[in-house]
Design a protein around this ligand. Structure first.
Ligand SMILES: [Zn+2]
Length: 286
């Protein structure tokens, strides 16, 4: 069922596991995440970035593809369709109107008061329609779909508290050292700060930039109130490496079906997603 993230994340938060957000790139990617979630009896969040909105021809096309794919595959575990790093009030509203069940408003680049005010407006619109909202504070370094930040700025605990109390947002991405894309060095997360913020706000925290964070640190983050972990780069990378291997091994004359190429690339991606679901503790929950 297509649902908001609210109940799914609150349950994960209370039972100390996390739900993975796996970004989608095309039809086959949607099918892969959905099938893997069903096989594992795990909830999952389909993340849609700015680049994917364009690539997959807009919110409505994506929403229709996901809904129809869920019917076709008879998906009976909770799935959220979530706008990742929504850049404006308007883009969040457009996603909701098209049928997305969840949105992130990323106002982390704005002055705090502005971020707070727009997040508030998004929540007001979304909650009336049963749609969940993720907010962001602090700065996640790295680059994702053209959003580039050169360094990490830790989220301010008092701002986190004010954001949550005032807007009633469903979950919060408090930047505490994680990076989008591939890490240059080992990721260093601010666990002390994470614990502090988690105790202040008492709602699920979101960890962005899951690729390159070691298993131990992921589990630690979950124990400190992280109930949503975004994984994107490693899946994209895995697909490319597998397709490269396929072409190198077979020689181009053996390859004549694009559907087979796309799906072969997604086989190890499905394995990775299953691995993540097991690590996050979200399997056999539904
Ligand atoms: Zn992110």
């Amino acid at each position: 069922m297509l649902v908001s993230m609210n109940a799914m994340l609150n349950r994960a938060y209370q039972q100390h596991y996390a739900v993975g957000q796996f970004n989608i790139n095309n039809l086959e990617w949607v099918a892969t995440v959905l099938k893997t979630a069903k096989q594992n009896r795990s909830p999952a969040i389909l993340g849609v970035s700015g680049g994917t909105i364009k690539h997959m021809l807009g919110f409505k096309t994506i929403s229709d593809i996901v809904k129809n794919a869920m019917d076709y595959l008879d998906i009976d575990v909770p799935i959220a369709l979530h706008l990742d790093h929504g850049q404006s009030y308007e883009s969040c509203i457009d996603a909701i109107k098209a049928g997305f069940s969840s949105v992130m408003f990323d106002g982390s680049h704005l002055p705090f008061d502005e971020n707070l005010a727009i997040t508030q407006r998004v929540v007001d619109y979304a909650h009336k329609r049963g749609v969940s909202v993720e907010a962001e504070l602090g700065t996640i370094a790295g680059s994702e779909d053209g959003i580039v930040n050169s360094h990490v700025i830790y989220a301010d605990p008092q701002q986190c508290l004010q954001m949550v109390q005032q807007t009633q947002v469903d979950c919060l991405a408090a930047a505490l050292g994680s990076t989008h894309g591939l890490y240059k060095d080992k990721a260093k997360l601010g666990f002390k700060e994470m614990e502090h913020i988690s105790h202040l706000i008492n709602i699920p925290l979101v960890l962005h930039g899951g690729t390159g964070i070691c298993d131990e640190d992921m589990l630690k983050a979950i124990s400190f109130g992280t109930a949503k972990i975004n994984v994107n780069t490693e899946n994209m990378y895995t697909w490319c490496v597998e397709v490269e291997r396929l072409f190198a091994e077979k020689g181009e004359h053996d390859i004549n079906d694009p559907r087979k190429v796309i799906n072969q690339g997604l086989k190890p991606v499905a394995d990775k997603i299953s691995e993540r679901m097991r690590l996050f503790g979200s399997v056999n929950r539904y």
